[in-house]
Design a protein around this ligand. Sequence first.
Ligand SMILES: [Zn+2]
Length: 273
Amino acid sequence: MLDIRDHESVTLFYMGRSPLGFLLYPVYAFLVGDTLIDTGTNRAGKEFLSALTGRKITKIVNTHHHEDHIGNNGDIQELFKIPIYAHSSALPYLENPRLNDLRFYQRVVWDWPKKSKGTAIASGIDAGSHHFEVINSPGHTDDHICLYEPDKKWLFTGDLFCGTTFIYLRKDENYSQILDTLKKLSQFEIETVFCNLKGAVKNGKEALLKKISKMEQLRDDVLKLRDKGLSPKRVRQEILGSEDSWNLITGGHYSKQNTIDSILSGKRPDRIT
Ligand SMILES: [Zn+2]
C-alpha cells in the first residue's frame, strides 16, 4: 500500500505491507525539494518506485539504518544513480543490511533491504532551495540523525519522536538518551515535526515538550516505586500494567518492561556528538 500526500512543499509517502487489506506497521518517507528523506520498506517497493518515476531526485538522506528507513535504498540508487548520505556509523548497514539481525516479525513486516552505497553526511546538506542542519540525535539508535530546516522551522525526526506517549521501548533503545536528545531538539524553533511514524505533526515544539514532560513524569514515577522497594516487574505492573500484544508479536523486542528496565538502569552509552 502506498498513499501520497503533501504538507506545505513536502511530499509524504505512507507505505506498508498490506496482506488481505490489513496494513502492517506502515512508515513514512519524505521528498523535500530534490531530496528523499528515508526510503521506507521494500514491502511497498514496487508502488514506491513507480510513484518516484519522473520526479527529480538527486540524493537520499537516511535518518538511521533500520530496515523500514533504508528499505528501497538499493533500487532507488540504481534507478536514479544518486548518492545516499547517512551517519558514518550507519554506512556498514547500508552496504550489508544483513548486519542488522532482523527478528521474525521484522522480516515478515519489512524484510531485509537491498544493498546500497552510502557516504558520511556532513553537518549541513542542501535539498533544492532548502538547507538542512544535520543534528546527531542518539537514543533510538546511535547512528540516528535529525534534519532541521530553519527557514521553514521543520524538523525531520526519523524514529526519535514517534508521538507524545511513551509506553514501549525497543530492547536496544536507551530511555535517558532519548530524553536528553529530545531536550536538545526542543531548543529549536519548530513549527512542524515530520515523523516517520506519525507524518506531519503541527505545533512541533509543543509536541516535543509534551513528550519530554510525560517521559520525565514516567521516569520519576518509576524511581519512586523503586525507592519503595518494588521489583522491576512490580513497578511495570503498577505503572504500565501487564504486557500486551506488542510484547507477544515482537518476541519481547518492544515491551513495557524494557521501558522500566532502561529507566532503572540509567545507562548512558557513549554519546555521538
Ligand atoms: Zn528505527
